[in-house]
Design a binder for this molecule. Structure first.
Ligand SMILES: *[C@@H]1O[C@H](CO)[C@@H](O)[C@H](O)[C@H]1NC(C)=O
Ligand SMILES: *[C@@H]1O[C@H](CO)[C@@H](O)[C@H](O)[C@H]1NC(C)=O
Ligand SMILES: *[C@@H]1O[C@H](CO)[C@@H](O)[C@H](O)[C@H]1NC(C)=O
Length: 362
């Protein structure tokens, strides 16, 4: 009698079935499962942590206080300090930077000693290497995807790189490839470094939207599962705000020092429809750490009228006009909007036509 009688073995059909299951699943799955979302892997987390550590240890050894930026500051040798704070522009993109010529015009109006540019571009997308002021501004980047924590990671990577790169970076402005400037560089610079606009603690304010009521807040709070965010973030601490912000150096540092909230926000969503981690992580963290130091308004205008699938209104070339620029600048706070989104690539031409006469004339 053979030890194993193949034809009669019940193992064969069972094995066949088991082997078929993943194959079947593979073909059927896409129709009923949501698309796979990127997760934060251990190696990616490790890379980021070592970058953050470097930036944190450098920053603890350099002064970032407003006082060091005051024009009257005397150095130890008695000469008046020529130290001028810079604005770090952080471009977060997953496509070509359509508005480079417009931004270049914006930067060309000033001295290179007053700003820095850093670009985080999704490495899985083929991007035309830019020339001019954007050449060589790309930082080591990782893949990004909506409805995943990767957009938070990318923003933190930009903040850490800029903190580490230049101790003169005093403000950190996050923009995307669909953002445009609404004022000249000098207008923005004077606004940000106006010493009358300091917080109660005499520190630079951060310009980040922080809202506590939104009809979708509860679903978004529970996007990773019920009660998952506690105890780190209770529902009454959970905030929402625009993904695009201008942070002070002090707050940029706070963001990359955080581990506690990140450990929750980096968890993948179960409910992908309510998953916008980048719109919650920054406002929640800063409202919990230093609400007084935040204006609670963003400097980036966005039009949510008739939004489709979580995307705001995208302006098309026929909509571009001097009136549109004036309308987009108008805000409900005491100051004007400085940037706006979203603009379709075709808007470059009409925007360039009104750049000198309207956008940068202020
Ligand atoms: C900005 O300045 C550079 C160097 O002077 C010049 O090559 C470039 O054409 C300028 N760009 C724009 C859009 O004005
Ligand atoms: C906002 O978008 C809507 C269309 O979705 C448009 O009618 C409206 O004029 C836009 N508002 C501004 C201020 O551009
Ligand atoms: C200003 O506030 C009004 C009333 O709350 C609102 O309808 C309008 O959209 C706001 N405008 C801007 C630019 O946010």
């Amino acid at each position: 009698m053979p030890i194993v009688s193949y034809p009669s073995s019940p193992l064969i059909p069972t094995l066949t079935l088991l082997l078929c299951l993943p194959v079947l699943f593979y073909f059927i799955a896409p129709s009923f499962l949501p698309p796979r979302r990127l997760t934060i892997t251990a190696p990616d987390e490790f890379d980021d942590l070592s970058l953050f550590h470097k930036a944190i240890s450098l920053s603890s050894s350099t002064s970032t206080s407003v006082k060091s930026h005051l024009p009257s500051t005397k150095s130890r040798l008695g000469s008046t300090s020529t130290f001028r704070p810079k604005i770090a522009f952080l471009f977060l993109t997953n496509s070509d930077l359509y508005f480079i010529p417009l931004w270049e015009k914006f930067f060309n109006q000033t001295r290179p000693s007053l700003y820095n540019i850093y670009v985080h571009a999704d490495p899985s997308v083929k991007i035309t290497p830019p020339t001019g002021v954007f050449a060589d501004k790309f930082i080591p980047s990782k893949r990004t995807q909506r409805s995943s924590p990767t957009l938070i990671s990318a923003a933190r990577r930009l903040l850490a790189t800029a903190l580490l790169d230049d101790p003169s970076n005093a403000y950190f402005t996050l923009v995307s490839q669909n953002c445009i400037p609404l004022h000249s560089f000098n207008y923005l610079y004077k606004f940000l470094f106006d010493l009358h606009k300091l917080s109660k603690n005499l520190e630079y304010l951060s310009y980040i939207e922080i809202l506590s009521d939104s009809p979708t807040l509860w679903d978004r709070y529970n996007a990773r599962g019920e009660n998952v965010m506690t105890p780190e973030v209770s529902f009454d601490q959970f905030r929402v705000g625009s993904q695009f912000f201008t942070l002070s150096r002090r707050h940029a540092l706070k963001v990359i020092e955080d581990r506690r909230l990140w450990n929750k926000f980096k968890m993948p969503c179960i409910n992908v429809e309510s998953c916008y981690p980048e719109e919650h992580y920054f406002p929640t963290l800063l409202s919990m750490t230093d609400l007084e130091g935040c204006s609670q308004y963003t400097l980036t205008r966005v039009n949510w009228t008739d939004s489709v699938d979580g995307h705001p209104h995208t302006y098309n070339p026929p909509e571009v006009s001097p009136e549109l620029i004036h309308r987009l600048r108008r805000s409900n706070s005491s100051y004007s909007y400085m940037f706006a989104r979203k603009f379709s690539p075709g808007c470059l031409k009409p925007l360039m036509e009104i750049a000198d006469s309207v956008i940068f004339k202020d």
